[in-house]
Design a protein around this ligand. Structure first.
Ligand code: SF4
Length: 369
């Protein structure tokens, strides 16, 4: 539970010694309340105060790390409702769903297509960051084999969409990575929770009937030792998706309501309105407030708009993307080449650079603050 500045002040030693870098304990307390400094900067904190302040500093939405073979992504850990209040920290993981029933050649083509969906934009690499393997074949061996194929050919996190206990057990044991399990529900809880706990896995927690029903399920998961959970509220249509994502975020941020203080997931194919493309659900999820978005019917045209939107929403509004100031060479300029001057705002820098390059000329580019 977040503490006010005055509550924090009462936990400080009140020596006003300035060793934390602030003139008074009260000034330091106000900065801790704003989450602008770390309480450990005060060397005189009691053990009790350290524990209490440590808990109060924890983000109201749990941060979870999704690990792949070579890369990992943080989700959750957000502190605000609106990015202009501070910033959003952990961009949603965009996953593409693949059916395990696809023939091996088509399956591998799809995995390779996802591997190649990497773009450079304003100096950053943007890409899709997970695969969700859907158990549509109803064949345990096939599911296991396809999961292993992904593990061999893909370095990022893997979701397993399967609620058959034996299939999951067999597949998890055959992998060296720790997949994320989709989905634990009230109906399969007794069967799947032990496997998830035993293997220390992250799982999604879903209830299709109502958001209220997700609350006791979340409490049950926690009391059963499942800490790394991703909530999936009912999202049968676009308005329900938006409404439930906002209620979960508000409950966690404004009321510190622990059962809903977890990252969330949207599986776009769950939206029943098939007059809307799945990309619309993904857009809503990126803006409000999904931590993971699984897209089933992915098409190439969706890639850049979704990745660009995510990048824009998750830049710090108080710190626009910038490049270092200085003199840059574009092409192979010499002493007779033009000298151009621009600002250090990334979008401007990359636009100007692109124009110079496409003009087929070499130039010096002076970037100023
Ligand atoms: Fe107060 Fe601790 Fe800062 Fe000293 S170091 S001023 S005791 S908060």
């Amino acid at each position: 539970m977040a503490l006010t500045g005055l509550q924090i002040f009462k936990l400080l030693p009140n020596k006003n010694c300035k060793e934390c870098g602030f003139a008074t304990c009260l000034a330091f307390a106000m900065k801790i309340a704003a989450k602008a400094v770390d309480p450990v900067l005060c060397p005189y904190l009691s053990e009790d105060a350290k524990t209490t302040l440590g808990k109060s500093q924890a983000p109201p939405i749990k941060q979870i790390i999704l690990k792949g073979k070579k890369e990992e992504f943080k989700i959750g850990g957000e502190l605000v409702l609106f990015r202009h209040d501070k910033t959003f920290y952990n961009p949603p993981v965009l996953a593409i769903e693949i059916d395990d029933s696809l023939p091996e050649k088509d399956f591998l083509e799809k995995v390779n297509q996802i591997n190649k969906l990497i773009y450079e934009r304003v100096g950053e690499t943007i890409r899709f960051n997970a695969i969700a393997l859907n158990y549509s074949s109803n064949n345990k061996d096939n599911f296991q084999e396809k999961a292993r194929l992904i593990e061999s050919n893909f370095d990022l996190p893997l979701f397993l969409i399967c609620d058959d206990k034996d299939t999951l057990d067999k597949t998890i044991k055959s992998l060296s990575i720790k997949p994320i399990i989709y989905k634990l529900t009230a109906n399969n809880f007794e069967a799947l929770a032990p496997i998830i706990k035993e293997n220390n896995l992250t799982c999604t927690l879903s209830d299709d009937s109502s958001l209220e029903a997700l609350i006791p399920l979340s409490e049950k998961a926690k009391s059963n030792g499942l800490e790394n959970i991703i909530l999936e509220p009912p999202q049968n249509n676009i308005s329900e998706l938006l409404q439930n994502q906002v209620i979960i975020r508000r409950s966690a941020i404004k009321n510190n309501f622990e059962p809903l203080g977890y990252p969330t997931i949207t599986r776009t194919s769950n939206i029943e309105d098939n007059t809307l493309p799945e990309s619309i659900a993904a857009i809503i999820g990126i803006c409000k407030y999904s931590s993971v978005i699984i897209i089933k019917n992915f098409e190439l045209f969706m890639a850049l708009p979704l990745l660009t939107l995510r990048q824009n929403i998750y830049t710090d509004p108080q710190k626009p993307l910038q490049v270092n100031t200085g003199l840059y060479k574009i092409g192979e300029p010499d002493e007779s080449s033009p000298l151009l001057v621009t600002t250090n705002f990334s979008l401007t820098y990359f636009t100007v650079t692109g124009e110079i390059e496409s003009a087929g000329t070499s130039a010096h580019l002076l970037v100023t603050d």
